[in-house]
Write a protein that binds this ligand. Structure first.
Ligand code: 2U9
Length: 343
């Protein structure tokens, strides 16, 4: 019995010492199985208790139980320590320095021309217009003929065009979209659309680009008058350039409208007093317009005896330059971020 007790104490003490050296919880678990498991060293000694006398057994049982609970307690403590160390390590590794400056996310934005097109669209959508689109590669018919510009018309020279074949060209205006829209909608009334889009002309200098953008508008219905045109354009001008803007119409000529008018808005810089922007006149030209020519209505499939219409067209680059105070149109196409980031 003395030997058995010694052996229990020896194995137990040794396990306690070994346990203090271990620094991994897996190793701790392995040691526990090695000593206290089914095939463990201490368990093996317990089996030998069968050879003890009935008096000796409870005494030895007490020795074993004490050793077992000492070991278990030591195990719990050691694994608690190891867990705390592991947690500390993890916290140190995952530490976040909240005093560090955040990484900068650059936010993009739309090109100023896109911003202006969308603003124009919103204004006209608000007045009940719909947005129509069409091809940039057009037939001579839709780009010129249907707009009262027959082949021998001198106005065709005004718009030096990019022809692809004799019959096909890059559209020089978005008007073919409105012709196509009328063809599609007839005989439905009213026709009330704007056609925003890219157009191409064989021009290139400080005030002209071979590729530029237009928004054109068309309204056709019974009894449409020039005063309707004026009201719509006054409303547009005030939303675009400020509530206190006035407009004036000057007689002009376009082959697709009769009568035609150029539209000026009171200067957004000086309010009409006269300044560098309006060249002292107090007025700035923003668009062209007129009553749709009867021949154009007819070509769109409407009877000019029943209906009338107005149309207008504006260059988006010009509107953007006036709105943002840009002096050189080429800046809008250079894609220089130092310029673009200002919008
Ligand atoms: C249809 C009938 C008539 C569109 C119009 C203008 C006047 C005009 C210019 C403004 C500056 C072109 O970009 S710009 O150079 N446009 O002055 N445009 S009336 O008239 C139409 C369009 C479609 C069926």
């Amino acid at each position: 019995m003395v030997d058995l007790k010694k052996e229990i104490l020896r194995i137990g003490e040794e396990a306690l010492r070994e346990l203090q050296q271990l620094d991994k919880s897996e190793a701790l678990q392995e040691l526990k199985v090695k000593v206290l498991g089914k095939k463990g060293t201490l368990t093996a000694l317990l089996r030998q208790m069968g050879s003890l006398s009935p008096e000796e057994r409870p005494i030895m049982g007490q020795v074993v139980n004490e050793m077992r609970s000492r070991l278990e307690k030591a195990w719990d403590e050691r694994s608690g320590e190891l867990e705390a160390v592991a947690l500390e390590k993890r916290l140190a590794a995952e530490r976040i320095d909240i005093s560090l400056p955040g990484s900068h996310v650059t936010r993009g934005h739309y090109h100023p021309l896109t911003q202006v097109v969308e603003e124009i669209e919103d204004i006209f959508l608000g007045m009940g217009f719909q947005i129509a689109e069409g091809p940039e590669i057009e037939s001579d018919y839709y780009n010129f003929e249907a707009l009262n510009l027959p082949k021998d018309h001198p106005a065709r020279e005004m718009q030096d065009s990019f022809y692809i074949t004799e019959e096909i060209l890059l559209r020089t205006q978005t008007s073919p979209v409105q012709i196509r829209t009328m063809e599609k909608l007839r005989p439905h009334l009213p026709v009330k659309v704007i056609a925003p889009g890219t157009v191409y002309r064989n021009d290139d200098d400080a005030t002209h680009s071979p590729m530029f953008h237009q928004v054109e508008g068309l309204m056709v219905d019974r009894g449409i008058r020039m005063s309707d045109l004026k009201g719509i354009l006054l409303n547009f001008s005030r939303q675009m350039f400020g509530e206190s803007r006035e407009i004036r119409l000057r007689p002009s000529f376009f082959p697709f409208t009769e009568p035609s008018a150029e539209v000026d808005v009171s200067c957004m810089l000086c309010g009409g007093a006269g300044c560098r922007l309006c060249k002292g006149t107090g007025w700035i030209e923003i668009l062209g317009s007129g009553m749709v020519h009867p021949k154009v209505l007819e070509m769109g499939g409407y009877n000019p005896k029943d209906v009338t219409g107005f149309a207008f067209g504006m260059g988006v680059e010009r509107i953007a330059m006036l709105k943002f105070g840009i002096e050189d149109m080429r800046l809008l196409f250079d894609n220089d971020l130092r310029f673009l980031q200002q919008f």
